[in-house]
Design a binder for this molecule. Structure first.
Ligand code: CO
Length: 432
């Protein structure tokens, strides 16, 4: 582990400090909201928006495509660039999604039918005031971004008096029965949710065709600890990486890129459910973009790909002080000690010795410390978009991310300095 203390970098201090990250976390309450928010940051920085249908034509040097939960952005130094530098992350987080026919209830309580999205920590969703956010598709096929930032629903835990052994036996929650939110009183009426939604967003219910809506915790992101060294928020996995990728790209552009590469940021949807979708990392759209960017290049696509490199950015598990046995004794990442390189001999992470070396070079250039994570041998290893993008594109990829606790909880915890260190590293990566 490199334990040198990070210095302030006059060039690559992100133009936004941690308050910028807090704003990002509070705004990005669904994949579509994350894409919308990042698109606004890119527009302000001079990136030009196009749609997927325009990929065949001449692309702007500096542009982006925002499409529901997927965002692709690029900053091309010159037409005859030598290689891609790609940072991939994901916009989705485990949550509860509203079913197509959600009107349910029992014994005079109105309840919402929800589907579990991804690997949630079920207990973390109990007794929270929940808002509603996502996309609604209208009868003319247009899409409306929807956010009801009010205490709409709540999953109420059973009282201790009616569940006396819960603290000794552990909490067991049936995903179909026990996670059904309450959202009022009355008998369930078909169409009630749609009428309510219509009144909230000011669109006629006959115009609302379908939706991708999820519940989210209303509590805003906060700086935490006696020394303000931590951040608590929903969706740290993986909004921290989305934020760092976009901020890093903008910082590299602002500095005036003199390199010969093409920087790319790919923020995918559906990582938490396996990435197998049009807008997920296993879909074809990143490759569409790379081919299109390379269309005017004298170098062949394969020549450029062979010289390229990818960072798969996703959070890592910090060692938990109450459960230190869950980590390998030599690999116990800590908050605010820099980004974590994740590797796995069985290729659950894409990191290779060569791809790791490129990332370490960026950390050194940025004067940022780094750490290592390897699962202990008795613990199954997680995975992320790294192995998928590297398998599809054949580009050496390194899996890295900020250390955190409570991954997949409705409210997670990470260091307040790490997102800034990661951003600075990515800014240096983009210019190399
Ligand atoms: Co993740």
């Amino acid at each position: 582990m490199n334990s040198s203390r990070p210095r302030q970098d006059p060039v690559f201090s992100p133009h936004a400090d941690v308050s910028g990250l807090l704003r990002h976390l509070d705004a990005c309450v669904s994949p579509a909201h994350a894409v919308d928010y990042c698109a606004t940051q890119l527009r302000l920085a001079g990136f030009q928006e196009i749609s997927f249908s325009k990929l065949g034509s001449h692309l702007p040097d500096c542009g982006f495509i925002a499409d529901s939960g997927l965002l692709l952005a690029w900053d091309n130094a010159s037409e005859n660039f030598s290689h891609f530098r790609i940072v991939g992350a994901h916009t989705d987080s485990p949550c509860l999604k509203i079913k197509p026919l959600p009107d349910a209830g029992n014994f005079g309580w109105r309840q919402l039918g929800v589907e579990i999205y991804g690997g949630i920590l079920s207990n973390s969703w109990l007794d929270r005031d929940l808002g509603l956010a996502g996309r609604v598709v209208l009868s003319d096929h247009s899409v409306a971004l929807v956010r009801v930032h009010e205490a709409v629903a709540r999953i109420a835990q059973l009282a201790i008096h009616l569940d006396r052994e819960v603290n000794e036996r552990g909490l067991i929650l049936d995903k179909q029965i026990h996670l059904m939110p309450i959202w009022g009183l009355g008998d369930p009426t078909e169409g009630y949710f749609k009428e309510w939604l219509s009144s909230k967003i000011g669109i006629s219910s006959s115009h609302i065709v379908s939706w991708d809506l999820g519940l989210y915790d209303l509590t805003p992101a906060s700086v935490l600890g006696s020394d303000s060294s931590l951040i608590a928020s929903g969706r740290l996995d993986n909004q921290v990486s989305c934020w760092a990728a976009i901020e890093g790209m903008i910082a590299a552009k602002t500095r005036g890129d003199t390199s010969t590469n093409c920087s790319v940021v790919a923020l995918f949807d559906h990582e938490e459910v396996g990435s197998q979708s049009t807008h997920g990392a296993a879909g074809p759209r990143l490759q569409w973009l790379l081919e299109s960017i390379n269309a005017g290049n004298e170098k062949s696509f394969h020549e450029v790909l062979s010289a390229s490199h990818c960072i798969s950015a996703d959070n890592a598990h910090a060692v938990h002080p109450n459960y230190p046995d869950r980590h390998d004794p030599q690999h116990r990442p800590l908050p605010n000690q820099g980004p974590v390189l994740k590797s796995n001999a069985n290729q659950r992470y894409a990191t290779s010795p060569e791809s790791a070396a490129v990332f370490i070079e960026s950390c050194t250039a940025a004067d940022v410390p780094y750490q290592y994570f390897v699962s202990k041998n008795t613990m199954p290893c997680g995975s992320t978009i790294g192995p998928i993008t590297s398998t599809q594109l054949g580009i050496p990829t390194v899996d890295v991310g900020v250390a955190q606790l409570s991954m997949h909880s409705a409210r997670e915890l990470c260091g307040a300095l790490d997102p800034l260190l990661f951003t600075r590293t990515l800014a240096h990566y983009f210019i190399a």
